[in-house]
Every structure is written in C-alpha cells, then in structure tokens.
Write a protein that binds this ligand. Structure first.
Ligand SMILES: Nc1nc2c(ncn2[C@@H]2O[C@H](COP(=O)(O)OP(=O)(O)OP(=O)(O)O)[C@@H](O)[C@H]2O)c(=O)[nH]1
Length: 374
C-alpha cells in the first residue's frame, strides 16, 4: 500500500485563476481534507485570507518565490505539516501547493523527489497548470515561464472560457495540444470543475492501473468530451496557432518546446535502456523538462512506470496488474531547445541490440530517488 500523502502542484501564470479553482476545491465536501501550501509573489494577501477562512490548515509562506529562494521553506513547511499530522494536531489526506505565477515547477519537483525527510512521506500527484483563455495566447507569446508551466503539466485547465469566442478558444487549445500532447485538457467555469479531475493525474503510484498509465502518457481517453468539461472536439483543430514566417523569428516562445512520444515493442534489454537514458541525460539533461513512460525490461516480471525531471528520477513504479501480454514500451520526452529530430534519434537508441552497443558511459549526474531496476 502506498500511504504517502499525495501532493498536487497547482501552477499557472499570474492571474490565471489558480486561487479561484483552489477556493472551489477546498469548499467541496467531496475533496477530502486538503492542506494548502501557498506562496505569494508581490503584495496580494487576498488569497491567504480567502483560503484561511475555508481551511484551518492553510500555511502561507510570505517571502519570495516557491521555485527558487523558497525551496528550503517549502520542504520545511511540508516537514512541519507532516510532524503535526503524526502528532495528531492536524488531519489531512492531501496537499495542494499553489505556486506563484512565475514559478518553474521543475525545481519544486526536484525538491519533492530528492528530499530525504519529505520524500518518504509524500508523493507527487501531478502538476495542474491553469491557463487563462482570455490572455493565454498573449502570455505564451511573451513569457517562457508560462510555456514551461504548460509543457510540464499533467493536466491543463483552461480558465475564463466565458470571456472568449469559440474560435479563439480553439486556437489556444490547439496550441496547448501542440506544446504538450500528453497532458489532458479541461475547462474550469469560474473555478468550478469536477473535484476528482484534479487528483491522481500522474501514474507514479503503487497500484496504478494500465488505463491510468495510458492516459498519463497521452493515449486517447475514450470518455473525453463526455463530461462537458474537456475541450469540445468540434471547436478544436490541430492547426498550429503560430505559423512560421520565412525570415522572421517565430512569434512565440513555444517553438523552444518539443515533445516526442515514442513506442517500441518490448521487452528491451536493461543495458540498452540504461545506455539510452545515461546518454540522453549526460548530453541533454538540462534540456529535459519531463520524461515519462512505461518500459518492459528483459528478465523483469513487471513493466515499470518511470518519470524524471532533467537528471532527477522518481523511484520507478512496477505495474503489477498489467496483463503481461502487451509488452509495448512507451516513452514521452518533453524538452526545450532541442530539435525533434535529435530527440527521435536519441529515442531510436532503444531499438539497438545489446551486442551493437558502445561501452556505456557512466553518468555521475544521473540521480534517482530509489532503487532502479535498470
Ligand atoms: N470571467 C472569469 N473570471 C475568472 C475566472 N476564473 C478566475 N477569474 C478571475 O480572474 C482573476 C484572477 O484569478 P485568481 O484566482 O486570483 O488568479 P491566480 O492565478 O490565483 O492569480 P495570482 O495568484 O495573482 O497569480 C480574479 O478576478 C478571478 O475572479 C473565470 O472562469 N471567468
């Protein structure tokens, strides 16, 4: 049993509607007991008052920004929350961290994966990124932080859809799909969305089902559209929102993001997988925003679900309820400042036969939080 407390990272650019969603969430009786950790950038204390009114357990970190200077505080805060829970002073089933609008979620994930005190008690439950439908295209054009937040998301939630025409919404939706095809996309109406939709959005948990892994890796959801919240396929086209112009710089920052999904029939020899990962991380670690997948390795009874951010990897999760018949491996890599061709060339290493392999470089930078099967 995985009894670690799930953490949801709620991010999104300044004013995207994070607190509005959070306020609905914490008032919903079906949401369970949530400890909120939030951080303000600038002078708006309003978020704190609203949330404190609703949940006693609110912890506000007042100075600086979660993603950089506050990382120590974030870990201390999570440690203190856990200590209070263990003493019986506080009761909560999950934590939601609301980041500042300009946060890069990468370092937050690093902290959560690597910290020896926090790591054993908490697990990442997913990155939820709010995108303001009214300002989204503009913000993505100007702010690389916003682009990264979208690229790293497990779930993208469109807010303020009431303020835009269907055609503008379709353009934004298409652009988000191009930037991060594996993330699910939904809408929040004035902050309202089905509570369960925000939780369990990664597959990095024991007992996860094959279907959940498939959805996390971006396989089409057969129920998509039925809730009325996910993007309406009739208003969505896949045309790129920003057409490249010859001789001009692309208008947006999202041309820096590339996402590749790669499938291969397994099982793969462990040393081949190892060499591929070592080489990619050794050469391009800083460019890798997220890497996630399911892999069947020769000699192992179960496939593994794995996940990393730059050079830091979560402990892989064995998929014990997999049918055993389907040995396809699937890897999704989201990177910045890399070409798709380079990324695909790297992934094609997974097709190598062990006897054709060059000697494996051992990468001293590759860090993982637990025993790796490969
Ligand atoms: N029309 C409309 N307004 C919304 C919606 N969601 C949020 N807003 C408004 O957008 C503004 C910003 O919302 P917040 O929830 O404070 O955004 P935030 O992301 O927490 O903002 P920061 O913490 O400053 O980054 C508020 O005035 C909200 O009422 C929506 O679905 N429709």
């Amino acid at each position: 049993m995985d009894d670690r407390i799930p953490i949801t990272v709620l991010t999104g650019f300044l004013g995207a509607g994070k607190t509005t969603v959070l306020n609905h969430l914490i008032r919903d009786p079906d949401a369970g007991r949530i400890a909120v950790v939030m951080n303000e950038f600038g002078d708006a204390g309003l978020d704190h008052d609203l949330i404190e009114e609703a949940v006693e357990e609110t912890v506000l970190m007042q100075s600086g920004c979660i993603c950089c200077t506050m990382r120590g505080d974030l870990l201390r805060t999570l440690g203190k929350l856990m200590a209070r829970r263990q003493r019986g002073d506080l009761d909560f089933d999950r934590v939601v961290i609301e980041t500042t609008g300009i946060a890069d979620p990468g370092p937050i994930l690093h902290s959560l994966i690597m910290d020896r005190i926090v790591g054993p008690h908490y697990r990442m439950d997913g990155i939820v990124t709010l995108v303001d439908a009214a300002n989204g295209l503009n913000t993505l054009d100007r702010q690389f932080e916003a682009v990264q937040q979208v690229a790293m998301a497990d779930l993208i939630v469109l807010s303020k859809v009431d303020l835009v025409a269907a055609s503008a919404l379709a353009r934004l939706d298409a652009r988000l799909a191009d930037m991060n095809p594996s993330a699910k996309r939904m809408r929040a109406e004035h902050g309202r969305m089905p509570v369960g939709a925000l939780f369990g959005v990664t597959a990095m948990r024991l007992g996860v089902s094959s279907d959940d892994v498939g959805q996390w890796l971006g396989q089409p959801d057969p129920l998509a559209g039925l809730s009325g919240f996910s993007a309406d396929p009739n208003t969505t086209d896949r045309a790129p929102a920003v057409l490249p112009t010859v001789g001009a710089m692309p208008a947006s920052a999202d041309h820096r993001i590339v996402s590749v999904s790669f499938e291969i029939d397994g099982p793969i020899a462990a040393e081949v997988f190892d060499l591929w990962l070592d080489t990619l991380i050794g050469l391009r670690g800083p460019n890798i925003l997220r890497i996630k997948g399911i892999v069947h390795l020769k000699g192992l009874e179960f496939p593994f679900v794995f996940h990393g951010v730059q050079h830091i990897f979560d402990e892989p999760v064995p998929l014990k309820n997999s049918s055993g018949m389907d040995t396809r491996c699937r890897v999704v890599v989201i990177a910045r400042d890399m070409s798709e061709a380079d990324l695909r060339a790297s992934l094609s290493m997974l097709k190598m036969h062990p006897k054709d392999m060059p000697a494996a470089p051992s990468d001293p930078d590759l860090i993982h939080s637990g025993e790796m099967p490969f």
